[in-house]
Design a protein around this ligand. Structure first.
Ligand SMILES: [Zn+2]
Length: 480
């Protein structure tokens, strides 16, 4: 945060004045009962909106109330509302500068309404659905993932309502808020793409994915690096199973029995060293970082294709880097038919959550798995297999986001990134619509760790910066 103190100091007195007029102009509308805030330090509108939005629990399957709240907020302030589906567990809407039925090419800002469960409220500093504003942050489940982004998108889009009424803009711009992202997107983005894509008419989608991280450039660790995701790994869930016709007694172990076979095959899979494979996106990101490095790091990163294999053990040592450079297998479940502890189970099963690099074919990966488990008496099953999505090009829509980020954060760098988990962007990419993932905020490690964990919280300062970033982005695209 110290990074930006310079920028604040350089604000001219005139801007300061404007800031205070804007700030006071809103303050009349704000409720006075604030947690951890005295009346003379009322948080800005965006923080209040985020706090209220967080206060409506929207754990996947219960999105409607929070969705309606955000939809109403948009509609009351002049955006055109289209509710695509209106179910308790599938509430999906677009709030747009123009009605969708005008058919304008649409710039879509994508956010998800749902959040993951909060776990034990006792573990939280403030109750998870309190939306407490304290210490310059909004606290609660969903504060980062993904309600901060929704608030930034809405607040920036509202700045264009008057302009859209006065002028015939070349594009529509919509905030698309969806359900079910945390459980695969099938009650949200999946439905939109299947049934409403033509109506939405997106030319580009800006959703979640990367964020600004510090500590990446070794000799200038304070410089934030914004990773904009242009591709993602895909999910392949597999199970290995072993069965025997009848169970036996634990006192007389056989050479082969299901739990033993599954344990041995699973161990073999876990111990197989993943092959380092550089996706073009990862390669160009590392090269870009290398451009800002010095000495040996510069040499290695600029020529990562050549040096990558040499540094395999080092690269594999960091879980995130390893996930970017290789297909991964994670053992997420081991089960066997229940029985007494002296009984051999008739059936045993291990499930692996595998994440494949965009360039890996299922056939090649499965052949690799088959090869490793072949010495054991197990069978291989595919539980879930998601289709590949093309990599979004780093063309004009990508560059507009990069430019917007670098306008708000002049001392930063941006680069294309491969996202190691999955999110809703893939639905659009599969339809050939470019989708770029970025939370336009600098995320220190302790904030990243709070996502899907306890004490999730988002700094008010970055809400404002995020709104500025989206405002620049929309401006750039409308004037293209
Ligand atoms: Zn999310």
């Amino acid at each position: 945060m110290h990074l930006f103190s310079g920028a604040c100091e350089s604000r001219t007195p005139f801007l300061h004045l404007l800031f205070w007029i804007f700030y006071l102009g809103f303050s009349w509308a704000l409720p006075t009962a604030l947690h951890g805030h005295s009346a003379d330090e009322t948080p800005p509108e965006a923080a209040m909106l985020l706090s209220q939005y967080v206060q409506i629990p929207s754990v996947t399957g219960q999105e409607k109330e929070a969705g309606e709240f955000l939809a109403r907020y948009c509609q009351d302030r002049g955006l055109h509302l289209r509710v695509f589906t209106d179910e308790p567990d599938s509430y999906n809407f677009a709030a747009s500068l123009y009605p969708l039925d005008e058919g304008r090419p649409n710039i879509v800002l994508l956010t998800h309404i749902d959040v993951v469960p909060a776990g034990d409220p006792e573990d939280w500093t403030y109750p998870p659905f309190s939306g407490t504003i304290a210490g310059g942050k909004v606290w609660g489940r969903g504060a980062i993932d993904n309600k901060a982004m929704g608030v930034m998108q809405v607040m920036s889009l509202l700045r264009f309502v008057d302009l859209a009424a006065e002028q015939d803009l070349p594009y529509n711009v919509s905030v698309l808020a969806v359900s079910g992202e945390e459980t695969g997107g099938y009650t949200g983005a999946g439905i939109i793409v299947k049934h409403f894509l033509e109506e939405l008419n997106p030319v580009v989608v800006y959703g979640e994915g990367g964020a600004g991280l510090t500590g990446i450039i070794s000799h200038r660790p304070g410089i934030p690096v914004f990773g904009i995701s242009v591709s993602q790994k895909r999910v392949l869930w597999i199970a290995i199973e072993s069965e025997v016709a009848s169970s036996g007694h634990g006192a007389v172990p056989r050479a082969q029995y299901p739990s033993r076979e599954v344990a041995k095959a699973a161990t073999a899979l876990l111990e197989a060293r993943p092959k380092i494979s550089l996706s073009p996106t990862v390669k160009s990101a590392l090269r870009e970082i290398g451009r800002h490095e010095r000495g040996v790091r510069r040499l290695v990163l600029r020529n990562i294709g050549f040096f990558g294999p040499v540094f395999g053990p080092t690269l594999r040592g960091d879980p995130l880097i390893a996930a970017m450079l290789a297909n991964t297998l994670t053992l997420t479940s081991i089960t066997s038919t229940p029985g007494a502890y002296n009984q051999l189970p008739a059936k045993a099963r291990a499930v692996f959550d595998c994440r494949l690099l965009p360039e890996t074919s299922d056939e090649r990966f499965l052949a690799h798995v088959e090869n490793i488990i072949s010495p054991f008496d197990v069978s291989l099953q595919i539980i879930r297999n998601t289709p590949a999505a093309p990599v979004s090009e780093t063309g004009p829509y990508y560059r507009a986001l990069e430019e917007a980020v670098l306008t708000v954060y002049p001392v930063a760098m941006a680069l294309p990134l491969m996202f190691v988990a999955t999110n809703d962007n893939r639905f659009f990419r599969r339809q050939g619509i470019p989708a770029y993932g970025l939370l336009p905020a600098i995320m220190p490690e302790e904030l990243i760790e709070s996502i899907h964990s306890v004490d999730e919280r988002f700094p008010v300062e970055f809400l404002e910066k995020g709104i500025e970033t989206y405002t620049h982005l929309i401006n750039l695209l409308l004037n293209k």
